[in-house]
Design a protein around this ligand. Structure first.
Ligand code: HEC
Length: 162
């Protein structure tokens, strides 16, 4: 099989996997008012609702209640560390595949010279996925689609990213 065909097959397989992911099941709530792309996102309304609570209790103090972060997030503080960036799609959170977002939240930024605390001992895998869902619910279709493409690419190179 040639390479292009392999990549295409892997893409198709990852799209199928995403479609079959049990966590993506919608609740009984109708999808009225949602664009098709919004309906196709990997998370459910229930995950967004759970994620909102997780976010409020653990993240809002630094990243802001609306995920807009610190306005000066590009400028390091006097200690050389960066202020909390926006997570709402206006910074570069959408550059990172889901596994990397999970890892950032589990391990925090300290191992990389940053200051975000780790949440691996505090939040379950489901809570971490829920908070990612809540964060992504703030992203436009355009930003979400750009993220989904990178996420699918990462799934091919790392052998799975659902
Ligand atoms: C004490 C402040 C603080 C708390 C609490 C905090 N963060 Fe952060 N976060 C930061 C900082 C600062 C950074 C930038 C990297 C660094 O310095 O560690 C960051 C970076 C991130 C990034 C990477 C963003 C990017 O664009 O690459 C994500 C994702 C993130 N935080 C999500 C969360 C989530 C979700 C929570 C709650 C579970 C949370 N953070 C709680 C301060 C915080």
């Amino acid at each position: 099989m040639n390479n292009r065909k392999t990549v295409w097959l892997a893409l198709a397989a990852s799209a199928l996997l995403a479609a079959c992911d049990g966590s993506a099941q919608q609740s009984a709530a109708p999808d009225a008012g949602k664009t098709l792309l919004q309906q196709m996102r990997w998370y459910s309304e229930a995950q967004v609702a759970r994620g909102e609570k997780v976010y409020r209790e653990n993240c809002a103090g630094c990243h802001g209640s609306d995920a807009s972060g610190d306005p000066n997030w590009r400028q390091p503080n006097s200690d050389g560390k960066f202020p909390p960036p926006p997570l709402n799609g206006t910074a570069h959170t959408w550059h990172h595949p889901k596994n990397m977002l999970r890892m950032t939240i589990r391990r925090g930024g300290v191992p990389l010279g940053g200051s975000m605390p780790p949440f691996g001992d505090k939040l379950s895998r489901e809570e971490i996925d829920a908070v990612i869902a809540w964060v992504q619910s703030h992203w436009s279709d355009e930003i979400y689609s750009a993220w989904a493409r990178r996420n699918a690419q990462a799934a091919i190179t790392t052998g799975g990213n659902q």
